[in-house]
Design a protein around this ligand. Structure first.
Ligand SMILES: [Zn+2]
Length: 476
C-alpha cells in the first residue's frame, strides 16, 4: 500500500484480486463467473498492473474463528463435516499450464514478466470442472446444506475464502488504505447465522459489516441485487448502528418471499430497515425514481459514516433468474449516486447468473468506483450521459486499457473472451457494448401510483414517523 501517494487516484479504489482466492472461491453453481470477472478486470487494466486505475488487495482466507464471530459453532461444524480438498488446485492448474507454480505466483503478484501470467492462470481455472456436489448428511440438511446449497468438497475452504475476501476489503477501508473496496465474490446476503440458503453458504456481508462497525459508527447497507437481502436484514433488524435498504422483486413464488415495506426494524432498530418490494418486470424509470428519492432520504436521516453496496447482477434484464427489466445504465446511475456521497464504501457482488453481462457490469462498477471525481466530470444524475457517453469521458488510463488488447497473450485463448462477448471476440468488448435495454413499449407493472406509495411509506418510515396511511397499500 505504501506505493501510492496521498493524491493518487488509485487510493480511491481497491479490488480483491488473486488467483488463489479465485480458485478457492469458485461456487459450484456458477464456477466460471469469478474467473471471468477478473479476466475482464485484468484485461481492461482496471486492476492488477502498473497502469491500472484500481489497486490490488491480496486477500487471505479467514479463520474458522472469524466465521464464528457471526455463525453458530454448530453451523461451522456442519460446514467442516465435508472432507477438505487436498492442496490439489495448484496441481490441477499446473497440469493445464506448463509454467511452474512459483513463477506464476511471482508474475501474478507483480504483474510483470512478459505475458500476463494472471490471465493464463485464469484461463486454466476456467477449464477446470465445477466443484461437485455431495450427498448431504442428515445433520447438514438441518443447516440448509442441501438442495440449492449442496455440500461440496472444499466447502470450508470456499467459505473461508469468501469471508476472507470481504474482511480484507473491510479492513482496508477501516485502515484508510482506500476509499472504496470491491469484492465481487462476496455479497452472500441470504446466508443466516445457522443456515445456508439461496446459493449462500457464508454470511460474508454480515461479517464485513461487523468489522466495519468497529471503526465506523453508522453503516448503511444498500442492496440492489434482484432478491431481498433477508440474511443481512435478520442480522441487523434490532440494530440502530446498521441500516438496511433493499430494492428487490417480491411476489408469489419469488425467492426468498420476504421484504415487504412493512418490515421496518424492531426495538432500537425500528425505522432502520427499509424495504422496497417491486413487481416482476420493473423498468428503469420507476426504479431510478424510487432509488434516487429513497436513497437520498435514507442518507439524510441516517447520516452513515460508511456504506456497504451490494451490486447483484441478477437485477439486469439479461439475467436468467432475475425478473427485473433493468438496464446496466440504470443500475450504474444508482451506483454513481452512492459513490458521489464520498463515503468509505465496501462493494460486494452477490447474485448474477449470466456470465457475459455480470462481468461487464462489474467492470463498469469498478471503473466508476476508481474514478477520482476530478478527471471525470461530475454527472447530473437525472441525465442520461453516464454510460452512453463517449469513451473519452472515462479516466485516461481506462481508455487506453479499453482500446488496447495487444498485450493480452494469445495463450489465454479466444474461448474465454468469446464467452464474455457472446461469440464476437475480444474486439467487440473494447467498444464497451452495453447490453440492450429492455424492449420499448409495454407498461411497468409497478405503476406511478405504487412507486409514489413506496416513496411516501419509506421516507416516512426512515424519518421515524407513523406509517399509517389512509390509502390501502397496493401489494404485489
Ligand atoms: Zn439475487
Amino acid at each position: 500500500m505504501s506505493d501510492e501517494g496521498e493524491d493518487s487516484p488509485r487510493r480511491l479504489c481497491a479490488v480483491v484480486h488473486g488467483v488463489d482466492h479465485l480458485s478457492s472461491a469458485r461456487h459450484p453453481q456458477h464456477p466460471s463467473r469469478g474467473p471471468l470477472v477478473h479476466l475482464l478486470l485484468r484485461a481492461l487494466r482496471l486492476v492488477g498492473c502498473d497502469r491500472s486505475v484500481a489497486r490490488t488487495l491480496m486477500p487471505s482466507p479467514c479463520l474458522e474463528s472469524d466465521l464464528a464471530e457471526y455463525h453458530s459453532a454448530d453451523y461451522v461444524s456442519a460446514i467442516a463435516e465435508v472432507e477438505e480438498e487436498e492442496e490439489e488446485d495448484d496441481e490441477d492448474v499446473d497440469s493445464l499450464d506448463p509454467m511452474p507454480a512459483k513463477k506464476r505466483r511471482r508474475g501474478a503478484e507483480t504483474g510483470k514478466g512478459g505475458i500476463d501470467i494472471f490471465l493464463v492462470d485464469i484461463a486454466a481455472l476456467l477449464a477446470l470442472p465445477a466443484p461437485s456436489p455431495q450427498a448431504p448428511s442428515e445433520n447438514m440438511r438441518q443447516y440448509g446444506l442441501a438442495d440449492d446449497c449442496p455440500p461440496f468438497k472444499g466447502m470450508m475452504k470456499y467459505c473461508r475464502a469468501v469471508a476472507g475476501g470481504t474482511l480484507t476489503a473491510a479492513e482496508a477501508l477501516c485502515a484508510g488504505h482506500c476509499l472504496r473496496a470491491c469484492h465481487f465474490e462476496g455479497g452472500r446476503h441470504h446466508a443466516r447465522r445457522d443456515c445456508a440458503a439461496g446459493f449462500c453458504y457464508v454470511a460474508d456481508v454480515v461479517l464485513g459489516v461487523m468489522r466495519l462497525t468497529r471503526k465506523f459508527r453508522r453503516v448503511l447497507v444498500i442492496d440492489i441485487d434482484a432478491h431481498h437481502g433477508d440474511g443481512v436484514e435478520e442480522a441487523f433488524y434490532h440494530s440502530e448502528k446498521v441500516t438496511c435498504l433493499s430494492l428487490h422483486m417480491y411476489g408469489k413464488g419469488i425467492f426468498p418471499g420476504t421484504g415487504t415495506e412493512t418490515a421496518t426494524g424492531s426495538a432500537v432498530g425500528r425505522h432502520r430497515t427499509v424495504n422496497l418490494p417491486l413487481r416482476s418486470g420493473c423498468r428503469d424509470d420507476a426504479y431510478r425514481r424510487l432509488f434516487r428519492t429513497v436513497a437520498e432520504a435514507v442518507r439524510r436521516e441516517v447520516n452513515p459514516v460508511s456504506i456497504v453496496l451490494l451490486v447483484g447482477a441478477d437485477a439486469l434484464h439479461t439475467d436468467p433468474l432475475g425478473e427485473l427489466h433493468l438496464s446496466e445504465e440504470c443500475l450504474l446511475k444508482c451506483v454513481a449516486q452512492v459513490r458521489d456521497w464520498g463515503l468509505p464504501t465496501l462493494v460486494l457482488g452477490s447474485g448474477g447468473y449470466d456470465e457475459r453481462t455480470a462481468p461487464r457490469y462489474w467492470a463498469h462498477v469498478t471503473a466508476l468506483m476508481a474514478d477520482d471525481g476530478t478527471r471525470w466530470p461530475q454527472r447530473d444524475h437525472s441525465g442520461t450521459d453516464l454510460v452512453g457517453s463517449e469513451p473519452e469521458d472515462y479516466p485516461p488510463g481506462l481508455v487506453a486499457g479499453l482500446l488496447d488488447t495487444s498485450e493480452i497473450p494469445p495463450e489465454v485463448g479466444d474461448e474465454a473472451f468469446e464467452r464474455l462477448c457472446g461469440g464476437a471476440g475480444a474486439e467487440r468488448y473494447c467498444g464497451l457494448e452495453v447490453p440492450k435495454p429492455p424492449p420499448a413499449g409495454g407498461r411497468d407493472p409497478n405503476g406511478v401510483e405504487y412507486i409514489d406509495y413506496l416513496i411516501h411509506y419509506s421516507v416516512n418510515n426512515i424519518a421515524g414517523g407513523s406509517t399509517c396511511f389512509a390509502k390501502t397499500p397496493r401489494r404485489c
